[in-house]
Ligand binder design. Structure first.
Ligand code: ADP
Length: 258
């Protein structure tokens, strides 16, 4: 009976989700169609065209994120781990993240784990960071700050500590936003749990982050309080360069040039 109840609850959640997503897509398409229509009807008005293209692009990007989240969730994609240098990945993702944050909130990127690498699926990792940054943006009023940092860390007596020689690497997103109470923190990893308006949140962002981190041998820690902002840390085991550095191996095997 309990299993049946859980199934029913899940179906209800899926129903709500589908309704919400369809509604959201419809809104996004309305924006895009409206913008294209205005451009078509006002040839020669390049200032207006520029504004409309910007509006259409941002709506299309939101739609893209939405489908990516749904696909990632429904497929439970197998991870394809690679040797990923964390600070390089942060630098590469920065422009996209900055665009997602927008202008109202300042966005600071501080890679501070030089050389640190992890065995992770790079596209899932990027998606996880994007999910954290979008959540931070949604929680932070204009004038606030979002920081994306990397740092070496270690687990000592069940606590995560920033330690220069630690055997984990942390990627953390800190915001000066509204924060969460303890009840909310306790539920955020549940699939479909969201406090955002219908159509605005899927409740899948932090489930993706958690799934990614656990499958990569690490985890996620949240530090948050109402009015004090939020810090979410993804920690990942450090990958040893000599275990997984095909480049270095290839370099050694390559015939020396004389
Ligand atoms: P969604 O973003 O679609 O709501 P998530 O799983 O990413 O789904 O987040 C679940 C909920 O966790 C959010 O609706 C919000 O209530 C809370 N949350 C997540 N990140 C933050 C944050 N940085 N600040 C405040 N609340 C947050």
């Amino acid at each position: 009976a309990e299993a049946a109840l859980r199934r029913a609850q899940k179906l209800e959640a899926v129903g709500q989700l589908t309704g919400g997503v369809a509604h959201d897509f419809n809104n996004l398409l309305t924006v895009i169609i409206g913008a294209l229509d205005l451009i078509q009807r006002n040839p020669g008005d390049s200032a207006r065209a520029e504004r409309m293209i910007e509006a259409a692009l941002s709506a299309a990007r939101r739609g893209e994120r939405l489908t990516q989240q749904l696909l990632a969730f429904s497929r439970r994609q197998a991870l394809r781990p690679e040797f990923v240098r964390i600070d390089e990945l942060l630098a590469e993702s920065e422009p996209l993240l900055r665009r997602a944050v927008g202008e109202a909130v300042s966005f600071v990127v501080e890679p501070a784990a030089p050389g640190a690498a992890a065995h992770v699926d790079p596209s899932q990792f990027e998606a996880a960071i994007m999910n954290l940054v979008v959540n931070a943006r949604d929680a932070t009023p204009a004038g606030g700050t979002i920081r994306l940092e990397s740092v070496r860390c270690a687990i000592r007596q069940g606590e995560l500590e920033d330690v220069a020689g630690g055997d984990y690497v942390c990627v953390l997103v800190h915001d000066t936003g509204q924060g969460m109470d303890a009840d909310t923190v306790g539920r955020v990893f549940e699939p479909f749990f969201t406090t955002k308006e219908p159509g605005r949140g899927t409740g899948l962002g932090l489930s993706q982050v958690y799934g990614f981190a656990r499958q990569s041998g690490g985890g996620v820690m949240i530090d948050s309080a109402p009015g004090r902002g939020t810090t979410v840390r993804i920690y990942l085991p450090l990958a040893q360069a000599d275990v997984a550095a095909p480049d270095a191996a290839a370099a050694l095997e390559a015939p020396a040039r004389s």
